[in-house]
Design a binder for this molecule. Sequence first.
Ligand code: FES
Length: 157
Amino acid sequence: MALEFKPAVVDECRKIISRYPQPRSAVLPLLYVAQREFGYVPKEAEALVADLLELPPADVAGVVSFYTMFHRQPVGKYVVQVCRTLSCAIMGGDNLADHLQKKLGIGPGETTPDGKFTLKWVECLASCGTAPVVQINDDYHENLTIQELDRLLDSLR
Ligand code: FES
């Protein structure tokens, strides 16, 4: 069955588009809507967004592939994004990343078999002053130690 937005979601998208002088400016908020609706942004969802914005699907695909906040495959309940850029790396981010791989038994881009956690490596999360930083879903966890990370993960199990 082809992927579709519900009529109420199409209305929501049209309202969002109306806020912008150029429809293409609504590409990010519409992709957020798509991800909220489907849990990730499959190719068919890119096409739905492209259709609403009257853009070539490749333009939307380029946006999805650029931003790590959009998931191109189904993800777990908790998406754990580890910053691997310089400030975080210097402050122990690489150790957190190694620890997470061992603790969760998965590598970057993978999801635990119970569907709880997806692990991702990301570039700078724009919070370098509180490195190392790990983002879990929409929340930042800053100045993280391995002990704090363990407590956090245990609270989510
Ligand atoms: S380097 Fe990690 S938040 Fe900037």
